[in-house]
Design a protein around this ligand. Structure first.
Ligand code: AMP
Ligand code: ZN
Length: 477
């Protein structure tokens, strides 16, 4: 039974979808004005893990993630770059998709852009105006939170906290004049600095506020009530709090059943963020020679509700994990025997599967799930030499099956094989390998060992196999 921590109730709850076997999932996507950083990637990887596990458990998942391609920052930076809003945001959307691919995140079924859903947003704002949940102030439209029954429930805000939160936000440039400091903007009337970014609509000339985007796009693709909404914990207030208020005021129905939030990625104890400037992007790490897929391991292996401190030592640990999977797969491939034996591979696999499922069912406890898989690999390592071909294949299949959830083993394995093929085809490496074979034939073992050392200097390890065959391994990752 899958259980998830629901921010709305502050409890771990059994997950029951609206429709048996199907899950509607919405997660807040990027504002495309810059590269995403590792903190953002933690949020996207958390959703990816959730999706992969749901799919692995047999659910059919429909995932929607928006692209915020109009807001103060995209307008400001596109104009500074001398580009149209569209050119500018398309550029960063493409880079975002590259980053998702680099860490093997499965793309959402729907990736709607805010600028392509203005009509839907306007229709919602119009109805909120008609029903008295919204009011005009100048050329803008605000949501009136005093009309919302449970405002702040998600963030567990009581009256006093609500006021403190509001006071902090008073200085934000995004806020226009309004009746109550907590009221939030639904539609922003055009201002000269918006330049040519505006829509002429029934509710006036302007552009949407941030919160209304997610309400309009999630409802359009998932219905007025859907199963899961996720994002980083910084979105609980005000973003998700406001999404709930306006969506429920609009539809009169419960908006979302399960709210899931990931904790922050920290660096030296502080939230990694663009505004603090304490961030790394995937490209920064690639420039330092790290494989992007290692970032997936680093960010996934800590439970999503725990703060995680980014360190380079963490990347090295991830590399060690990658290597253990790789070595196990290579060792398994070498088992070609047919003989029967006493090994209980069914029991070994079933034991690991049970532990993996129990941990993941417990609010996606990946740390324990991954530890169970690492213990399994250690046991495989003890038994592998005795396995016959069929048993080795069974273990390999299981590792790749689990990787449907983990999402890094196949990437690492394929990348390794590509690199190994290149190294094996390298003329100098081939020459050394042939030379060593000749020296061995001539029983010049000292000479053969010297060649082995030369190969080793190139990151290539050679080991002899039965029948004058040999195996090359390369340093990796
Ligand atoms: P933003 O582009 O700031 O709207 O953020 C995109 C996603 O990344 C949101 O779900 C944020 O909550 C999440 N996020 C931003 N910074 C961090 C961080 N340091 N750790 C984890 N998630 C983050
Ligand atoms: Zn959102």
């Amino acid at each position: 039974m899958l259980k998830l921590f629901n921010t709305l109730t502050h409890r771990v709850e059994e997950f029951k979808p609206l429709e048996e076997g199907h899950v509607g999932l919405y997660s807040c996507g990027p504002t495309v004005y810059n590269y995403v950083h590792l903190g953002n990637l933690r949020a996207y990887l958390f959703i990816d893990l959730l999706k992969r596990y749901l799919a692995w458990r047999g659910y059919q998942v429909k995932h929607v993630m928006n692209i915020t391609d109009v807001d103060d920052k995209t307008i400001r930076d596109s104009s500074q770059a001398g580009q149209t809003l569209k050119e500018f945001t398309e550029h960063y959307t493409a880079l975002f998709l590259q980053d998702l691919e680099a860490v093997n995140i499965r793309l959402p079924e729907v990736m709607p852009k805010a600028t392509e859903h203005i009509d839907e947003m306007v229709a919602i704002v119009k109805k909120l105006l008609e029903t008295g949940h919204a009011y005009r102030q100048g050329d803008s439209v605000y949501f009136k939170i005093s009309t919302s029954d449970h405002y702040g429930e998600l963030a567990q805000l009581a009256g006093r906290e609500l006021k403190e939160n509001a006071d902090q936000r008073l200085n934000q440039s995004d806020e226009y004049e309004k009746e109550n400091v907590n009221d939030f903007v639904l539609w922003k009337g055009w201002k000269p600095e918006d330049g040519d970014v505006f829509w002429e609509t029934e509710i006036g000339k302007g552009r949407p506020g941030w919160h209304i985007e997610c309400t309009a796009m999630s409802m359009k693709y998932l219905g007025e009530t859907f199963d899961i909404h996720g994002g980083g914990e910084d979105l609980v207030f005000p973003h998700h709090t406001n999404e709930i208020a306006q969506s429920e005021a609009y539809s009169g129905k419960k908006f979302v059943n399960y709210w899931l939030h990931n904790a922050h990625l920290l660096i030296e104890g502080k939230k990694m963020s663009k505004s603090l400037g304490n961030f790394f992007t995937l490209r920064d790490l690639q420039e330092r020679g790290y494989l992007p897929i290692l970032v997936r391991i680093v960010l996934l292996k800590v439970h999503y509700r725990q703060n995680l401190n980014f360190t380079f030592a963490g990347l090295d640990e991830a590399a060690a994990i990658a290597r253990r999977f790789l070595d196990a797969l290579i060792d398994l491939e070498l088992q070609t025997g047919e003989a029967g034996n006493q090994l209980d591979i069914d029991g070994l696999v079933a034991g690991c599967r049970d532990k993996f499922v129990a941990a993941m069912d417990d609010d996606l406890n990946i740390s324990i799930a991954l530890a169970a898989v690492m213990d399994f690999l250690a046991e495989v390592n003890r038994q592998v030499k005795k396995m016959n071909a069929a048993q080795a294949a069974q273990v390999r299949d299981f590792i790749f099956e689990i990787d449907q959830v983990l999402g890094f083993v196949r990437v690492i394995y394929d990348d390794y094989q590509d690199r190994l093929a290149k190294v094996s085809a390298d003329a100098q490496v081939r020459e050394l390998v042939d030379k060593r074979a000749e020296l061995k034939k001539a029983k010049d073992y000292a000479g053969a060992d010297a060649v082995r050392a030369q190969l080793s200097e190139r990151g290539v390890t050679i080991s002899d196999m039965p029948g004058e065959k040999y195996l090359l391994r390369i340093n990796y990752p």
